[in-house]
Design a protein around this ligand. Structure first.
Ligand SMILES: Cc1cc2nc3c(=O)[nH]c(=O)nc-3n(C[C@H](O)[C@H](O)[C@H](O)COP(=O)(O)OP(=O)(O)OC[C@H]3O[C@@H](n4cnc5c(N)ncnc54)[C@H](O)[C@@H]3O)c2cc1C
Length: 326
């Protein structure tokens, strides 16, 4: 069957952006192979009929809604397995993130299906969907074809959210008894990651950190400098460091992150890969600190500083503070 089933995460009545990207992608690709895109949602009373219907605006024609704990993988696997068994979907598509990985992997085991993670492109070929993902340090592309159910888990932010203006999606309530192991875990609390609420797209000054910061704690240097600038300043990051868990995905700049154009973009320990460049090249002033004089970032910087950021950033922070105090 050419239909695509997606999972949509929500929190306090708001639908997750990555999930909406998966729905948009699923709808576009399903249409190319003569199918439809459906969504599964699991949660409590905040999953209103109206909220579920809005998924029609991103291309979902049907939303399967089940009562259950939100934000845990196993209950969602139970629901998706039942929906797939009863409706014969050909593909399950996820927007990425840890929960998407957990659900996709669990669903693959349950349904004996093929699974591909970290997918950056999905395309139609001979009436079927094919997934592409970068491998070997992003130097090559691996292509997955599927026999039977194909489970495709995107890289976070790989799928663009596209509102199609489609009408309300049909909402179908799913009744099921969860597997005993699915109800053993419960959500105790949900917290926000450091910097997750930061608005890098609206900032005038961005201090962006890369792998050169060495570890998650290294971001303190970037945060101190941004704080010294004050006002409309924020900290941003490269894909390499958000993938490593050093900084939140919300701060990622580039091809699969956000596009920014601040007045000042200060890159610390960033090599300047093309996928990063496309997200920040229209910044008004680009300053780069890198210990490697041949780093590509210097090719498109207005000012390049060759040296160790561990020595330069604290001095810069002090200099900015002194200037502001004078
Ligand atoms: C499909 C696809 C999409 C991608 N999307 C994105 C994206 O949206 N955004 C993105 O950023 N990347 C993206 N990437 C990844 C991108 O190709 C690079 O791998 C990534 O940008 C590298 O991050 P980095 O500069 O932090 O790390 P590195 O490339 O490892 O660079 C670290 C730099 O720090 C310098 N350094 C080390 N120590 C110090 C020190 N003490 N002082 C000063 N300098 C130091 C080094 O000389 C080096 O230049 C994507 C890749 C693919 C294939």
């Amino acid at each position: 069957m050419p239909d695509v089933l997606t999972y949509v995460l929500h929190y306090e009545g708001a639908l997750n952006k990555n999930s909406l990207g998966a729905v948009s992608e699923g709808a576009a690709r399903a249409a190319e192979i003569g199918g439809q895109c459906h969504a599964v949602v699991v949660g409590g009373g905040d999953l209103t009929e109206e909220l579920c219907q809005t998924l029609g605006n991103y291309g979902a024609t049907k939303v399967f809604r089940a009562k259950g704990p939100e934000g845990l993988a196993q209950p969602v696997i139970d629901v998706m397995a039942k929906v797939i068994d009863e409706n014969g979907h050909g593909y399950a598509l996820f927007g990425g993130g840890l929960l998407g990985f957990e659900i996709g992997a669990g669903l693959a085991a349950r349904q004996k299906a093929g699974v591909t993670m970290e997918v950056t492109t999905v395309r139609a070929e001979d009436g079927k969907l094919v997934a592409e993902r970068p491998i070997l340090g992003d130097s090559k592309i691996s292509i997955s074809h599927y026999q039977g159910l194909g489970i495709i888990i995107g890289r976070i932010n790989a799928f663009e959210v596209k509102a199609t203006g489609g009408g309300a999606a049909e909402v179908v309530d799913v009744e099921l008894e969860y597997s005993p192991w699915s109800t053993r875990a419960s959500m105790v609390t949900r917290g926000e990651q450091r910097g997750a609420d930061v608005d890098i797209e609206g900032a005038d000054v961005l201090v962006a950190g890369g792998r050169g910061l060495g570890k998650a704690e290294g971001f303190q240097l970037a945060e101190d400098l941004a704080a010294a600038f004050g006002g409309n300043s924020a900290v941003a990051a490269t894909r390499a460091v958000v993938d490593a868990g050093w900084y939140p995905y919300a701060a990622q700049i580039g091809q699969t992150g956000k596009t920014v154009s601040p007045k000042l973009y200060l890159a610390a320990g960033i090599s300047g890969a093309i996928q990063h460049k496309v997200g920040m090249q229209s910044s008004e002033n680009i300053v780069a600190i890198n210990k490697d004089a041949n780093a590509p970032i210097f090719e498109f910087s207005d000012l390049g500083i060759v040296g160790d950021l561990n020595k330069i950033l604290p001095k810069l922070t002090e200099a900015v503070k002194a200037k502001k105090d004078s």
